[in-house]
Ligand binder design. Sequence first.
Ligand code: 5GP
Ligand code: MG
Length: 194
Amino acid sequence: MADVGHTVLFSADQVKDRVSGLAAEIRRAYPADTTLHLVTILKGGFVFLADLARVLDRPVTIDFVAVSSYGAATRSTGAVRLRQDLYLPVRDRDVLVVEDIIDTGETLAWILKHLRAGGPRSLRTVVLLDKPSRRKLDIEADYVGFTISDRFVVGYGLDHDEQLRHLPYVAVLGGSSTDTSTNVSCQTTRGASG
Ligand code: 5GP
Ligand code: MG
């Protein structure tokens, strides 16, 4: 991969603060004795999951699914393919999907359908980043960290051609970080059942 450089969009401190804020929103939304079953989509969600799980202050269980990603491209291909299925059954669990970013919405729609088929008690979604201008499907996450414009972002789990996942911040490839990003608060309009 040619090194096109990157520019910080959300610093490690900004991300940390927002993840804590999301954790507080999620805590308020579930009874204190609820064990949350965190399901993360590999690979991009692994950093967000690790940080969120440690500040949730709730009992959690954790599972992973792997689906196809962009590969070397910076645009979604639209086709979602299951590469590795869940290890644990979701039946009667309070499932919270922990996803790095929602773009066209294809991945989230696919995973929610897949999870619903397993009969969870409740099913909600938290995403760190949301690119609503790119949406192809009518789908929103219940909790959103940051809303961003149509930029290809890297870092904090997100890759470009499998690199840059380790960056402790969210960055945009090349260019400047000028963005219309807004820090949005809790979006709990969607039901938890499903
Ligand atoms: P969607 O299915 O919503 O179009 O895309 C979701 C998936 O595409 C995300 O889970 C992520 O893996 C990947 N993706 C979407 N936008 C970006 C981006 O800006 N940067 C990176 N690295 N991956 C993205
Ligand atoms: Mg992802």
